[in-house]
Design a protein around this ligand. Structure first.
Ligand SMILES: [Zn+2]
Ligand SMILES: [Zn+2]
Length: 77
């Protein structure tokens, strides 16, 4: 099972910001309020919001490690 956790910028209402951020007036971007890390794969719906991507990167790696630990335990059973 492959799990992929991504970190993306989000708006204040929680929607993902896909604007380039270069020219907010042209892109219609309402402004970014922070970042969200989310996991996809295997039906996992984990996500976490934060102000700084560096802090989320740490949470993300912890989360992915938990998947590794779980699959290892499963194989051992
Ligand atoms: Zn935006
Ligand atoms: Zn996950």
């Amino acid at each position: 099972m492959q799990y992929v956790a991504t970190i993306a910028p989000v708006h204040e209402d929680g929607s993902e910001c896909t604007h380039t951020g270069r020219n907010t007036q042209d892109s219609g971007c309402a402004g970014r309020s922070g970042y969200r890390a989310s996991c996809a794969g295997g039906g996992c719906t984990w996500s976490k919001s934060g102000t700084w991507p560096s802090a989320l990167a740490e949470d993300r790696s912890h989360h992915l490690n938990s998947h590794l630990t779980a699959s290892t335990a499963l194989q051992g059973a």
